[in-house]
Design a protein around this ligand. Sequence first.
Ligand code: MLZ
Length: 462
Amino acid sequence: FGQDATLGGFDWGSYLEKSGLLAAPVSCFRHAPLCAQWDDIYVGLKVEVLNTHTALPSKVYWIATVVQLAGYKALLRYEGYDDDDSHDLWCNLGTADVHPIGWCAVNSKLLVPPQEVHQHIKDWKSYLMERLVGAHTLPVDFHVKMADSLRCPFRQGVRVEVVDRSLVSRTRLAVVDTVVGGRLRLLYEDGGLGPSGEVLSDFWCHMQSPLLHPVGWSERVGHSIKETDMSVNMSSHPAFRKVLHNSVLHQFRKLRTVYMGDTFFEEGMKLEAIDPLNLGNICVASVRKVLLDGYIMVGSDGVEISDGSDWFCYHASSHAILPVGYCENNNIPLTLPPGYDHATFTWTKYLEETGTVAAPRRLFNTDDVGHGFTSGMKLEAVDLMEPRLVCVATVRRCVGRLLLLHFDGWEPEFDQWVDCQSPEIYPVGWCEITGYQLQPPIGPEPPQGQERSHTSKKAKPY
Ligand code: MLZ
């Protein structure tokens, strides 16, 4: 990761305290480690945690209670401080030296109270016994489950097909270089290397990303794929020195089956779609082409380039395609084709004028999934325009299964609509667990010289 001196030192704990302590719970993120275990994690749990308030030279532990939860982060209060919150500490339940009650006994570690509280209470044994009766703690297999859920079927040297970031209407062959927390750094096979061996073109996505496919997928469904430029030699890069292996179907997320029988999307049908190059906009769009296996190519109306290079492939089950009228019904500003204005645009008129029909509502996957996100919740989210970056973000709106994400400190024009089940959003503390670098908020007052990039409009794809 390109380290930037200004990025260091971000602390979720104090940031949350300043911003109201609201964070999306781990149970909202189906693909996140320990999601299924999170029902057992709640305020009031007691744990054994490293005691940082002692002068002893060796590692000792003490009992603490979870007083606040924010994603994977827990605010802990050592036993004995009662209502005194001045020694509370934020811990990441996924990484820190936090264990179930009983762990010290089993592992021959010492439980020692913090110095200050030591003096108040004379008989620690009975004090603790009293406090621990009926208390709940972390599941014993908590850390084992964590390690299990961080396993990933992709390795360096695995070949995939993935969207071509320089031309989003086609895919391109790529090789997995690194895997961090289930997110893959992919190198295009003909992306080229610079004079000192540096990669000129890469792409990042989660292993469950809808943009990622097994080798052979494009040909099978009829999607356009860039022919690999064989004259580009990548062999000096470590990822290409491996014996390359084609990815296989079982490494990928299973999509919901759609029946492409008599009533499926047809070329020319109108719909509303998230603009793939401007993810904060939902625009008037058309089905441009129907592929196999439930995939369609969609293009925004009025901006199409005749070669179809602005088309984007969506699966029929995608959250990013919406029935006509969706924006109006949900009070979202619809992005109109050039030449139209909000005062006079109606779908009925537009369909008449263009001699087209709306794609039938039942073809869309707008099921409400009861996701648990609410506006104001903090999370860690990929900036899909720059998918290497996982950033501090806030849920700004929830509409059905869609979330409008705001990147803290950035202009609203960077906001992005994502699905509540997107694999590119993570609970607070995910980066810390996986070792991924988190992009902290910019501002509130960006230092001079950062102003430009802060306000510059995203122009380039991804
Ligand atoms: N190069 C871009 C980075 C934007 C990243 C924003 N992430 C929320 C710019 O400065 O415009």
